[in-house]
Design a protein around this ligand. Sequence first.
Ligand code: DQA
Length: 146
Amino acid sequence: MTARKVLVLNGPNLGRLGSREPDVYGATTYADLVADCEKTGADLGLTVEVRQTDDESELVGWLHEAADHKYPVVLNPAAFTHYSYALRDACAQRTAPLIEIHISNPAAREEFRHTSVVAAVATGTIAGFGLNSYRLALQALTILTD
Ligand code: DQA
């Protein structure tokens, strides 16, 4: 059996992990995150493809691709979380589990981060565990059936 493909999708500014506000997001680089997700996935029997974009339409397109292929998704929508109805509507079309994740805990930060327009159409949300949020989401996918 071939390993199930999972898309790990990252929104704006996450490509700058390592140099971006390290007090909030840590010192691990985006390249390290990609390697860690691929390794975690392989250990779990998943083929993980990690992508990042600062472009809303590109992220929407990747969610359409996931829906068309029934790929499960781990999504860190970054700032789009808080206002992108286009992203929300793309997530609503999912045909497999979609886990919203955050490195930080948005509920413990500024008020504008307390709203997620994606949460209601996600399978569930994991937030506040640093980069372990990605690992936890990949583990969660392995216990979900769809
Ligand atoms: C984030 C939280 C968002 O509020 C923020 O805009 C991000 C990163 C996180 O992973 O903690 O870019 O999604």
